[in-house]
Design a protein around this ligand. Structure first.
Ligand code: NAD
Length: 304
């Protein structure tokens, strides 16, 4: 163990039950650090920009090396930083702030976490092809997954959201960032549902307060894959039904563990064991789910 504690924090609303602290602390310690991960759970709407700036300054003054930032601060935090890495600037969202002598730097490990989950999946999307992808959900998670899909080379991306304005805004942003790709809004009966290589699900549907899958996997091509972002519960109805239909489904643990791994690497300069972090997260998730019950523990949140 190193002499001085390595302190990191999570800042957001409703983050009390987050599993990110457990992932960081266990892996940080296995990397030989005296690693401490604090949770700062605030009422987002009541936190003014001045409060947010003060919270960040306080965390830095207390000796934290960095802060994972989550809902509702991923955009708002940007005004309080000295610089952003290129991808965070392009995405316009930050989930990790690193404090160094050079100042406060914003990063985004949500998109790299999702990219890692696609890259590491055996027989997953990269082997099955991701030329044509349909994404359901254009919110915070969807911004990160769309960026990762286009970075990985998707040439056609359709974005479907019940809120058409959100879909249009994400499409416009991605089309400007990836001009070689075709990025467009996809309707509820778009031809992409039946033709896409794969579908990314990035809405809260599947969590216990939003039951049911947001679409029927039987609508998809017989060899299409599905990548889920919801990870509490790990086995959402969408994942279960997609696998039962004979199609491949990635659960949301890869993205959640991947963002923690990438944050740990940026914070500590050491190489975390990605498979170990993922296995730890899956074990934590299994503990909160009763056998045969796909619902998550009441009160738990999936933030952070
Ligand atoms: P958000 O509220 O920012 O966005 C959700 C979007 O989904 C909204 O635009 C909404 O209009 C849309 N939507 C809701 N129901 C829909 C439906 N039936 N069909 C089409 N669109 C629909 O939420 P978010 O921050 O993007 O989070 C979404 C989910 O992703 C949450 O469950 C969250 O826990 C999860 N998440 C997982 C990870 C991970 O690491 N695996 C990371 C971030 C978020």
């Amino acid at each position: 163990m190193s002499a001085s504690p390595f302190r990191v924090a999570l800042l957001g609303e409703g983050v009390g039950a987050s599993l990110t602290p457990a992932m960081h602390e266990q892996e940080g310690r296995l990397l030989g650090l005296d690693y401490h991960y604090d949770v700062v759970d605030v009422a987002g709407a009541a936190t003014s920009d001045a409060d947010l700036g003060r919270l960040l300054r306080d965390l830095r003054r207390e000796g934290h090396r960095g802060v994972n930032v989550t809902h509702p601060f991923k955009q708002r935090v940007i005004a309080h930083l000295d610089r952003l890495d290129d991808d965070a600037a392009r995405l316009g969202a930050v989930n990790l702030v690193r404090f160094t002598e050079a100042g406060a730097t914003g990063h985004n490990t949500d998109w790299t976490g999702f990219r890692s989950s696609l890259r590491s999946a055996p027989g997953g999307p990269l082997e099955g092809g991701l030329a044509t992808v349909l994404q359901v959900g254009a919110g915070g998670a969807g911004a990160a997954t769309a960026y990762a899909l286009l970075d990985l080379g998707a040439s056609t991306l359709g974005v479907h959201d019940v809120d058409g304005e959100r879909a249009r805004a994400l499409v416009e942003r991605c089309a400007a960032l990836f001009p070689a790709a075709t990025v467009r809004v996809a309707s509820a009966d778009d031809a992409l549902w039946a033709s896409a290589d794969g579908v990314v699900h990035a809405t809260p549907v599947g969590m216990d307060h939003h039951p049911g899958p947001s679409f029927d996997p039987d609508r998809l091509r017989a060899d299409a894959w599905v990548a889920e972002v919801v990870y509490r519960p790990l086995l959402t109805e969408l994942v279960v039904r997609t696998r039962a239909s004979g199609r491949r489904a990635l659960d949301g643990s890869g993205m959640a563990a991947g963002q923690a791994v990438d944050s740990l690497r940026l914070l500590t300069g050491r190489e975390p064991d990605a498979a170990r972090v993922r296995a730890h997260l899956v074990e934590l998730l299994a503990r909160e789910t009763a056998p045969g019950d796909a619902r998550r523990v009441p009160g738990a949140t999936a933030r952070g």
